[in-house]
Design a binder for this molecule. Structure first.
Ligand code: NAD
Length: 480
């Protein structure tokens, strides 16, 4: 099959990045991939030159032009001020879906889980990765967890459409909505709503902690998993490692306009420059890329040759086991072995077919009908050093008004006034909930109470408006 040459952007990254990228591109070239790589510089050198986001402004031009990025891992320098390039890249290019297949290759690669073939569909832009963090008091720091309706709808629909295209049978959702009832609750509700539109695909949900334990114990029970960003980040590393090695799992970051392909692992500085890194994870990212740009036959040819190489026991150090492997190979030699096997198919391992794989086209997420939104109260956060809740409550109650009454005070989310427990440990950060008795409140009244508190010497560090949406509280109830 002939293909037009597709320009792609390539970054060699840091640590083992250049070694595994050279090996990967060598395999792609030998397999006849029709690509025209444009190289950009990202990572440590760029960070240390003073560019705090790790990428030169000029490199975005190449990414916008090619819309396809094959990226080796990079090192984010330690210390404040440096923004994670991976996170910025995913958000700037709108790469909302992160697809991470984790497969075991028993009996050729040692694993406790010989039957494992799962795909983690990780939400890629939201959650705690919004990077909105504040220090609010001497003792308290916060990180905002943002979960949006369009974000949930896109990733959950992606998971079901992916399952449908790849003939997978089941989609499982991991959330923690027993605790985060609004944010993870939204993700879960949208999962249930969208699942109902795919009756041919089974679905179920688990609380993420037991879900993670089950992935680590019985990964053969899972097929496609969909979850918010942080859980997906952690559980995909666990899944890749228990399949055999983090050095074998690739990852596709997919958006409506652009896509980025990479290894799931980092720059592995501990083994860099030694020609011992496994290039397989990046090679798998590249295979996903070839399928994305319509070169399914080449993707399949490389994937099959790679499986043959595993079957031959030609292994890099991370998966080499005496008695089980045949020959220990370096990065370069492993790539050469894959090249030598191009055109062959595996005898025992399942040979994947890429026929029919193509980028998923998802419907644009529509706007919802606006809700009736009513301001009904306010949470005012104060820094206050005297740790006795009763003292604060007794003082503060005088600063409410007829339209906005102090109802309760919490410390780290636990109610401490009225009638708290003397055992509760309190820090210098107090959430004071004022509610409208009539559930009808003007914003002027909110400002009035804040001003009165400020004038009385209270240190107001933050406020959150409390709204009802169509009569339903848009704020969490209080513990205790
Ligand atoms: P890591 O994934 O780089 O390494 C973890 C362990 O796995 C190390 O022992 C390493 O030797 C091994 N390993 C990783 N890839 C391997 C491969 N291909 N072959 C054989 N062994 C391999 O994680 P880390 O050490 O926590 O992070 C190192 C750096 O990578 C940090 O600066 C981190 O910020 C960065 N990082 C980058 C990305 C990315 O660019 N996508 C992702 C994660 C971490």
């Amino acid at each position: 099959m002939t293909h037009p040459i597709v320009p792609i952007t390539v970054a060699y990254g840091d640590g083992i990045g250049p070694e595994i990228m050279r090996a990967t591109l060598k395999v792609l070239e030998a397999a006849g991939a029709q690509i025209a790589p444009e190289t950009i510089e990202i990572g440590e050198k760029v960070y240390l030159s003073g560019q705090t986001n790790g990428i030169q402004a000029s490199s975005w031009g190449s990414l916008r032009r090619t819309k396809v990025f094959l990226k080796a891992p990079i090192t984010t320098p330690q210390g404040g001020g440096y923004k994670s390039l991976n996170v910025s890249m995913r958000k700037a290019l709108g790469l909302y879906a992160n697809i991470r297949p984790c497969i075991s290759y028993a009996p050729f690669v040692k694993t406790k889980h010989p039957i494992m073939d799962l795909v983690i569909v990780r939400e890629n832009e939201e959650d705690l990765y919004a990077g909105i963090e504040h220090r609010q008091t001497e003792d308290v720091y916060q990180c905002l967890k943002l979960i949006t309706r369009p974000g949930c709808e896109r990733i959950v629909r992606y998971a079901f459409e992916y399952a449908k295209q790849q003939n997978r049978k089941r989609v499982t959702c991991f959330v923690k909505d027993n605790i985060m009832k609004l944010t993870d609750g939204l993700f879960h509700q949208i999962f249930k709503d969208i699942a109902a539109q795919y009756p041919e695909i089974q679905h179920d949900s688990m609380i993420v902690d037991i879900g993670a334990a089950r992935v680590a114990d019985t990964p053969e029970d899972f097929d496609v998993l969909v979850m918010p960003n942080l859980y997906g980040d952690i559980i995909s590393d666990v899944a890749a490692q228990i399949a055999g090695s983090v050095g074998m799992a690739g990852s596709a970051n997919i958006g409506d306009q652009c896509a980025m392909f990479e290894a799931i692992h980092g720059s592995a500085p501990d083994i860099s420059g030694k020609n011992i890194a496994n290039p397989s994870a990046l090679l798998h990212g590249a295979i996903q890329m070839l399928s994305h740009i319509g070169q399914n036959d080449i993707a399949e040819k490389i994937h099959h040759a790679w499986l043959v190489t595993l079957e031959q026991g030609l292994h890099t150090a991370d998966i080499y086991k005496q008695g089980q492997s045949n020959t220990l190979l370096g990065t370069v030699e492993f790539a050469d072995a894959v090249i030598a096997n191009l055109g062959q198919s595996p005898k025992q391992l399942k040979a994947p077919s890429y026929e029919g794989s193509k980028p998923l086209k998802l419907p644009v997420v529509g706007y919802k009908k606006p809700c009736k939104k009513e301001l009904v109260g306010i949470d005012i956060f104060l820094q206050w050093q005297d740790g006795v809740p009763k003292k604060l409550g007794d003082k503060l109650v005088n600063y409410g008004t007829a339209q906005l009454e102090l109802k309760l005070i919490t410390n780290r989310g636990v109610k401490v006034w009225p009638e708290g427990f003397p055992e509760t440990y309190c820090v210098d950060h107090w959430r004071c909930r004022f509610m409208s008795p009539t559930m009808q409140l003007s914003f002027d009244e909110v400002l009035n109470v804040q001003s009165r508190l400020h004038e009385a010497g209270f240190d107001v560090v933050k406020t959150e408006n409390l709204y009802n949406f169509n009569g339903e509280p848009g704020y969490a109830a209080v513990h205790g």
